[in-house]
Structure formats: C-alpha cells, structure tokens
Design a protein around this ligand. Structure first.
Ligand code: ISL
Length: 605
C-alpha cells in the first residue's frame, strides 16, 4: 500500500535569494527579484520553492545567523514583498517552504543580547553557558585548548570541552564579563540555543506556528539533528567524526523528544512538508526521524554521497570519488527507506560545489553530464531537489584568489589547513577552494550573456562566473538541445509516471565501474492511500490502468563510450524510450554502446 502525499510527488527548487535575482541594483538578490522570476519557475515546471533564510540577520553566515525570526531582512525586501511571493507561488499552484534555523540564533538576536548583558535575565538560560577548564601548565593536554578565542580573563582557562566548530577552531567563546563560555557549533556569532530549556522550545514552536498561519507549506530544518547536547558536555572521543565532538551532539540524548514535541504541538496541525538537514545520519537513524513511526518529519537530507570525495583530512581535503561508491551509497538509501521513511534526492545545494563539476564533467561533456545528472534526480525514489542554476548546468567558479571568496566556512577552514602546513603552495590552496568552497554554488544565477549575467545592474556581492557568456537562461530557453529544456522534459516525465515517485528501486550491475543501471517498478495491485483514508480502489489513479509500470534507467557515468551488456533478467525486454540525452531510441534491451554521459530512461512494455 502506498501513501500518496503531495510532497512526495513534488519537485523542489531551491532558491538562494542572495544570488538569484537583484531587483534594486544593490548587488544582492532579493524577494521582488524572485517574484519577477516566478513565471520562469512555472515554465521549468517545479512544484515547491525552498527559500534559504531571508530573516533579519547581521549576515555572519549569509542569513543562517537569524536576529529576528519574524521579519524579512531589509536588503531582501519587506514582509509585503514576501506576502506577494507567497501569493504569486500559490496562484501558480506552487508551494513555499522556509528555512528554519533553530539550533542557533545570531548573537545580535535580542535573546542573546539580553543573555550576555545580564546573566540573571531569563534569557541567560536560552543559550549554553559553561565554566572553562583550568589549564595545567605542564599538562599533557595543555596545547589542545582553544584559548586563542578567549580574552585575557581566560588566560588560565581553556574551553569546557574539546568540541570544534564546523567552521574551524573551538566551538566555545569566552565571555569576559561573566567569565563563562558559550557554545557555538558554527560561527561565534551563531550561539547555540539551549533546547533543554522548555521556554526555548515554546518560543520556537510559536514562531513556527506563526509562519504556518501565514500560509507557508513547510520547513527545511537546518542541522536539526544536533539540537540536543548531552549533560555535562563530555569531550568528543571519535577522531574520525565530521568535527570533533560530533559523536556527542549528533542525534543527542533528547533529540527525538524535542522533535516529537515539535510535531505534536505544531506540525501535526498542518499539512506541512518538513525536510530535516541531518549531519552524519545513517539509514537506520533516519527511520527514527521520518514518518509516522519516527518523529513525524517528512524526510531528511543525508550527507553520505556528499562525503565520497572527502580526503584524509575530511571535508577540507580533496579525495577521489568513484561511480561504484556513488551507486552503492545512493542504493543503500533507496533500498533502506523503501518500506519506512522517504528519501530526499539531491546532488547539490548552497553548501556544496556545483554538481556538474563534481559528479559530471564541466568541460567538453558539460551539457551531456548535466542532463545525465538531471535524469538521476528525476528517476530516483524520493522527493527531488534542484538547486538554482543546476537546471542550466552552471559550474564551479575559477577562483583566482581568496579575495573572491565570501564564505566564512571556506576562509576559516583554509586558515586551519594553512596552519597545519597542508598547502605546498598558494596554487594548491586555490585548487582546494575551487574544488570545495561553498561559494562555487553561490555565484549569481546566470540569466543572460550580458553585464553581470543579468543578475544585477549594480556590483554583485560575489563575482559572476565568466562562463555566463555561454551558460545562461536566455541562451538555453527554447533551444531543444539545452540542459534547461531537458530538465523540463524530465520533470514532466516524473510528474507523468507514478512509478518514478513511488516505485521500488533495484540496482543492476552493482560492480560496473561506470554504468549505473537501475529499475523502478510499481506493482499492478498497488493501492494508493491518502492520509487517514481507508485503502480503497478509488484512490488508484484512473489514468494508470491496472498494468503496473516498470522503468529501466541506464546511465554511463564516464567521458568515454562504454558497452552495456544487460544482465539476463532484463535482456531482450521490449521497451519504449521515454527520454534520452542523445535522442537515441531503442525498442529492446540489448547490448549497446553508450556514448559519454549517455542517459536513457526506458519503459518496459
Ligand atoms: O557546509 C557544510 C558542508 O559542505 C557543512 O559543514 C554545513 O555547515 C552543515 O552542513 C550545516 O549547514 C547548514 O547550517 C549552517 C549553514 O552555514 C549552512 O549554510 C546550512 O546549510 C549553519 O547554520
């Protein structure tokens, strides 16, 4: 039995507003700029917009440091502009989900300002404050403290534990006035909220309700599985953790209690879609968060496939990924959540390099490989996410110096690596930045081949990729060979075929080193059920008939031609070609030569 949900069938488009479209020439994208492009999103055929944070913020981390949850940042527009955006989306039958950033606030949020100014205020306990550890002058551990962030008053102290910030350096900053340390898993301008305090939970839940009452359709929840920190703040013990301390605060002791409460008090009252960004999540853990048997969350973003190209030193080190590992990783999630849970299918976002540069080929086969990746996104099980610009095959940026970098994560982690002596030369450093920096995905959306790619009439906050003269929406639109037009085709395909959303997933040729071949199947006797309904034949889509559906996806993840030798179980099947990025059509599954980055989607007759 299959539970139909609108959000399972949705194709989500992620808008990073700062880089999408600038309407007023200040060089920063804004909400009116996005409103101008709603017809474009409609043309593309997406169903939901996920908007990165647009709340009031001092922008230490591009809006992930919120200073007022119930506001729109001036630079992005007004609440009236936002209302227009919501109405504009709903008029076009699209939905809006907002970013929920509640592990931390900005240090300029009034709660933190009060907390810091007055240790006796009720807001003090909204955050995490701890005493430091004395430094034993000759101690074995003396050098590992992060007292560099502490002022003079902390000279004899080191942070309460060894946790590190995701952006490098200790996760604690010393507060001179009160002589205590506060926790920040990210920037020191992003102090962590104390979720153990029920007053914090109530504040957040009321805020969520406020947005839902305004009519939004759900939330993308920032680092939502790190809210609960263990009592006593024990040292991290796992040297291989994504950051030191992660083994303590990822899926912490009360996380399911907190999220369960969030569901019961807020989300269960709405038909909302929720996607939790969850660092370091396994398939088994995911099931505890997702769905009615979990905490009620619709789905999660996991990072397993985003870690395949990490190096020996982790994220800020270049390693090699392989197609075999990519298949294995995504297959584990496809099969793992088949009965319970729901996948989020993504290959890039505002924190990751461009997917065509990373998993495809951004030179000669840019178009072909961008289309191949689009095929992956639209034919895997789960809800699909497109990151802005990927639909025209935007690439990484050719950084020529750190002066072109804006991202705090890049700047700080490069600093850490530099101190560790990991760069033989400046060029080596830049190579890593070009490979890894989040700014690769944050350069302005390329609308035209004109000045600043049509993104702004002013000076953009971050440089425009010089390849906008070739790669831009205007050039792609209407060109039947373009990446954009291919996206429109595969989005339609997904909308037209339930099997692509709800079907089972079976991998063929698991060990092939560059072919990724899988089958999706929806059994004929399936029954669809809407939330709370008794299962009934009436829920079956009348257009589908009773025949079931079976689709075969064949992908050549390589820049050379490759022979596909179908396994016996599918060899000789009668098929119809639904889509192919080389416009080849076949009517039988046989031995074939696949061209570089060739992708085919075949319906089994
Ligand atoms: O950037 C990363 C992976 O490339 C991670 O370290 C990232 O910081 C982590 O995935 C959490 O990301 C989210 O929360 C951050 C914010 O900087 C990111 O933009 C956001 O997506 C802190 O709010």
């Amino acid at each position: 039995r299959i539970d139909r949900e609108w959000w399972k069938e949705a194709v989500v488009y992620q808008v990073y507003p700062r880089s999408f479209n600038d309407s007023d020439g200040d060089g920063i994208g804004d909400i009116p700029g996005l409103v101008e492009k709603l017809d474009y999103l409609d043309y593309l055929g997406v169903d939901v917009v996920w908007l990165n944070p647009v709340y009031e913020s001092p922008e230490a981390d591009n809006g992930y440091d919120v200073s007022d949850y119930r506001s729109i940042m001036d630079k992005f527009g007004t609440m009236a502009d936002w209302e227009e955006l919501l109405a504009g989306l709903h008029d076009r039958d699209m939905k809006l989900i907002m970013d929920l950033v509640v592990n931390h606030t900005s240090d300029e949020h009034e709660w933190f300002v009060e907390a810091r100014n007055d240790p006796n205020s009720k807001f003090r306990d909204y955050y995490v404050w701890e005493d430091g550890e004395p430094v034993e002058t000759q101690g074995p551990d003396g050098a590992s403290g992060g007292s560099s962030t502490a002022g003079a008053g902390a000279a004899a102290e080191r942070p309460p534990n060894n946790w590190e910030s995701f952006f490098g350096g200790p996760a604690w900053t010393y507060d001179e006035a009160s002589q205590e340390w506060f926790l920040h898993l990210f920037h020191e301008k992003q102090p962590d909220l104390n979720w153990d305090n029920p007053a914090v939970r109530t504040e957040i839940f009321e805020m969520m309700e406020w947005w839902l009452e305004k009519g939004i359709d759900g939330f993308r929840m920032d680092v939502i599985n790190v809210l609960s920190k263990p009592e006593g703040f024990p040292d991290g013990e796992d040297d291989d953790a994504i950051v030191r301390g992660a083994d303590q605060f990822v899926n912490g002791p009360r996380i399911h209690e907190f999220l369960g409460e969030m569901y019961d008090r807020v989300l269960s009252n709405y038909d909302a879609m929720t996607v939790g960004e969850m660092v370091d999540l396994s398939v088994e853990e995911a099931k505890q968060f997702i769905g009615p048997h979990g905490d009620g969350m619709s789905m999660a973003f996991n990072f397993d496939h985003m870690r395949l190209d990490f190096g020996h030193h982790g994220r800020w080190d270049k390693g090699e990924w392989s197609v075999r590992e990519l298949k294995r990783t995504l297959t584990r999630w496809q099969n793992g959540l088949e009965e319970e849970g729901w996948n989020s299918v993504y290959m890039g976002n505002h924190d990751e390099p461009r997917m065509v540069s990373r998993f495809g080929h951004d030179g000669q086969f840019r178009r072909e490989s961008a289309k191949l990746l689009a095929t992956v996104l639209m034919t895997l099980q789960g809800t699909t996410y497109i990151y802005q610009g990927d639909e025209i095959g935007m690439t990484n940026y050719p950084f020529s110096g750190l002066d072109e970098v804006r991202d705090v994560d890049t700047i700080r982690n490069v600093e850490v690596a530099r101190k560790q002596g990991r760069f033989g030369s400046e060029e080596e450093m830049l190579e890593l930045v070009r490979h890894r920096s989040r700014d690769n995905a944050r350069t302005p959306m390329q609308w035209t081949d004109g000045a600043q790619a049509g993104f702004t009439e002013g000076t953009p906050w971050i440089p425009v990729n010089p390849n906008h003269t070739r790669i831009n929406v205007e050039a792609e639109r209407g060109d039947t060979e373009s990446v954009l037009e291919y996206y429109r085709r595969v989005i339609d395909l997904r909308h037209d075929h339930d099997v692509l959303v709800y079907g089972t997933y079976t991998l063929h040729l698991p060990d092939h080193e560059c072919l990724w071949v899988y089958e999706r199947e929806l059994a004929p006797e399936r029954e669809f059920e809407r939330d709370g309904d008794e299962p009934s034949g009436e829920e079956t889509d009348p257009d589908e008939g009773d025949g079931g559906e079976r689709v075969l996806v064949v992908l050549n993840f390589s820049d050379t031609a490759t022979t596909f030798e179908p396994p016996a179980s599918i060899r000789g099947l009668d098929v119809e070609t639904l889509v192919s990025n080389y416009d080849t059509t076949v009517d039988e599954v046989g031995v074939e030569e696949l061209r570089p980055y060739e992708a085919r989607v075949l319906a089994v007759r």
